[in-house]
Design a binder for this molecule. Structure first.
Ligand SMILES: [Zn+2]
Ligand SMILES: [Zn+2]
Length: 183
């Protein structure tokens, strides 16, 4: 859609939680802001401090709902290099399409619902919570690093090498073995 020429918004909503109330959602495009704590989304509160914020463009056309926008959250991760726990801000694209159930065969609906691309709603509410949860979990880095050049832990003594040079007992041993005791 070219800038500035989009249709006027039919509505603008702020939701507590991720359940869209379809009975009050007007036809046409709306702007929806949503917020929920991690637990309400089935996520561990300790891993997602601050909860999850969503900002969506929602469009309702007859029985079809499209939701497009972004999720924002902070994930608490453990660095695979140095084992430090750190918080990483995440900003993730989010997209859901839903059609009213009963417009296709039951079997088609179940098959479509499983691939998580097309959801179904009952005309009254659309729960985006499971999709929000899944989207965030898929974006979690498999091997998180506190920073790109994390030096990791010393394989000999386990000291955090990000803190600078350390007095490593392993190195001292090596020096004495090679006759380097010139103190
Ligand atoms: Zn690290
Ligand atoms: Zn060491």
């Amino acid at each position: 859609m070219p800038d500035g020429t989009g249709p006027a918004l039919a509505g603008s909503f702020v939701m507590s939680g991720y359940i869209l109330d379809l009975t009050t959602l007007p036809n046409g495009p709306s702007q929806v802001e949503a917020e929920a704590g991690a637990e309400a989304l089935g996520l561990a509160a300790a891993d997602w401090p601050g909860g999850v914020r969503g900002s969506f463009g929602v469009e309702k056309t007859a029985d079809r709902i499209s939701v497009r926008g972004t999720l924002e959250a902070r994930a608490r991760l453990e660095c695979v290099g140095c084992l430090t726990v750190f918080e990483q801000p995440m900003r993730v694209p989010f997209e859901v399409f839903a059609e009213r159930s009963g417009t296709g065969s039951r079997r088609d609906e179940e098959a479509l619902d499983r691939d998580a691309y097309m959801k179904f709603h009952d005309g009254r509410r659309l729960d985006l919570g499971p999709d929000v949860r899944e989207t965030l979990l898929l974006e979690m880095p498999i091997a998180p690093r506190c920073r790109e050049d994390c030096a990791g832990l010393c394989p000999v003594c386990g000291a955090d090498r990000n803190l600078g040079p350390h007095d490593c007992p392993g190195t001292r041993n090596e020096e004495s073995i090679h006759g380097g005791s010139q103190a």
